[in-house]
Write a protein that binds this ligand. Structure first.
Ligand code: NAP
Length: 259
């Protein structure tokens, strides 16, 4: 299917690997020119080179921390006018709520709520003036089905979700949709790192923990970045202009509900 977004410009945040990279690749496959960022320079430059040579689109890389104002400024300076914004950043660490200080909360809210809001603020009016825009926030299944040790993530991401639920109803009239994409367990470095910690705590091998955790999902496996990216690209497509203000859960059906 032609996604109808060839030649558009996308800013994909936190995209040297994992879910962000999956989104960048799928958009590149659809002919979208990219600006991608991550903190580690070598990784983001290598990723940009690989995507550019594979899909023959323009790919600019920016080594920056997108959760800082300097980082956002650098990314936006490189990207120029953005038609498609993919908001993403590393998630806050797990823990116990009694241990979290005000500083921990500010950090989480800054990274997983205010960073996305600032980027939306910087790009949405230009999208509105061009009568086309797609904004996807990569959040988490925890927005729908919270996990207590991920309270910093639940709280900050819920704030972003609530904010976007309001403004999405204002922007869509001018062709700009805003949606959340909520990953359940996807096999990325982050998930494998978490499994390693769980395996050590349980005194089992990493392989055993991997098999047990994958089997817990109704699909009997973890998701992969490619399927995540292609879903994101569809939501950014010309065909998805009537999908707005939604939070699309990709978790293999782990969250049990009829609707
Ligand atoms: P990942 O495989 O660890 O990849 C994270 C990517 O983001 C890397 O490219 C990393 O590069 C970049 N990054 C992290 N912090 C950044 C920052 N401050 N500024 C710029 N780039 C940054 O992680 P992932 O699994 O794709 O997760 C992506 C997001 O989805 C996270 O917020 C995570 O909490 C959420 N999520 C993931 C899952 C899952 O199962 N994978 C489930 C629910 C939610 P550098 O380190 O070089 O910056």
């Amino acid at each position: 299917m032609d996604l109808g977004i060839q030649g558009k410009n996308a800013l994909v945040c936190a995209a040297s690997k994992g879910l962000g990279r999956g989104c960048a690749e799928a958009l590149a496959e659809a002919g979208v020119n990219l600006t991608i960022c991550a903190r580690t320079e070598k990784d983001i430059v290598d990723t940009a080179n690989e995507i550019r040579s594979k899909y023959k689109v323009s790919v600019e890389s920016v080594a920056c921390d997108i959760t800082t104002s300097e980082g956002r400024e650098a990314a936006l300076k490189t990207s120029g006018p953005v038609d498609i914004l993919i908001n993403n950043a590393g998630g806050p660490p797990p823990g116990q709520f009694r241990d979290w200080t005000r500083e921990d909360w500010i950090k989480a809210v800054d990274a997983n709520m205010l960073t996305a809001i600032e980027l939306i603020k910087s790009t949405v009016d230009e999208m509105i003036s061009r009568k086309f825009g797609r904004i996807i926030n990569i959040t988490s299944a925890a927005v729908k089905s919270p996990i207590s040790i991920l309270g910093l993530s639940n709280g900050a991401r819920m704030g972003l979700t609530g904010f976007c639920a309001g403004i999405a109803r204002d922007t869509v009239r001018d062709g700009v949709t805003i949606n959340g994409l909520l990953p359940g367990p996807f096999e990325t470095d982050r998930l494998l790192g978490n499994l390693k910690v769980r395996a050590e705590a349980a005194g089992v091998s990493e392989e055993e923990m991997y098999k047990t955790a994958a089997a817990e999902n109704p699909a009997g496996r973890f998701g992969n970045s490619e399927e995540f990216g292609k879903t994101c690209a569809f939501l950014c497509s010309a065909h998805a202009g009537f999908i707005n203000g939604q939070n699309i859960l990709m978790d293999g059906g782990a969250f049990r509900s009829s609707l």
